[in-house]
Design a protein around this ligand. Structure first.
Ligand code: MN
Length: 202
């Protein structure tokens, strides 16, 4: 996958490829403002504060996530997770569905897009506490759905992360309150499958 390098020793807040209100009503501008502008910015600030003098100074973000633990892992993991999360979305689209090689791989391995969505949503809804549900690929291109707690990312298991739903409450509480399953079911309208397919082909 693409390597994310620090500039002058610092990681930057990822730029959103859409306006803050572009994902409404599934994800409101208010949620984006807090989630991207406050939560993610805090992880970026924390990591930039922890790196100087550590063995991870100057390394790509992906390598830090693979090799670190404790506070550096938690903040680096959350930056990588949110970078992948925020750059996988586009404006809501009715009947939104996978395209390209990833569409064929999903059909081949899960039976259908509907069956895949059901399993993905179930893994997101049943993840206890805070974490992430992921679609990831192994080196042969075989897909799997993984549940990761807290700052976890399937990259630590040697897999390539392709698509993710954030199930931390800060991702949905302003818009859906406690209704995590309803939020997860609505997120499919926002997935930019061309971007997910690009990550798969990489
Ligand atoms: Mn989050």
């Amino acid at each position: 996958m693409t390597q994310t390098l620090p500039k002058d020793g610092k990681f930057a807040l990822v730029t959103l490829p859409y306006a803050e209100d572009a994902l409404a009503p599934v994800i409101s501008a208010e949620t984006i403002g807090f989630h991207h502008g406050k939560h993610l910015q805090t992880y970026v600030n924390n990591l930039n504060g922890l790196l100087p003098g550590s063995p991870f100074e100057g390394l790509p973000l992906e390598e830090i996530v693979q090799k670190s633990e404790g506070g550096i892992f938690n903040n680096a993991g959350q930056i990588l997770n949110h970078n992948l999360y925020f750059t996988q979305f586009a404006a809501p689209k009715e009947g939104n569905a996978p395209v390209g090689e990833i569409a064929a791989a999903i059909d081949a391995q899960f039976g259908s897009f509907e069956a895949f969505k059901a399993e993905f949503e179930k893994k997101g809804a049943t993840l206890f506490g805070s974490g992430w549900v992921w679609l990831a690929a192994d080196k042969e291109g075989k897909l799997q759905i993984t549940q990761e707690t807290n700052a976890g990312n399937p990259i630590t298991k040697g897999l390539t992360p392709l698509l993710t739903f954030d199930v931390w409450e800060h991702a949905y509480y302003l818009d859906y309150q406690n209704r995590r399953p309803a939020h997860l079911a609505a997120l499919w309208q926002l997935i930019n499958w061309a971007e997910v397919n690009r990550r798969y082909q990489e």
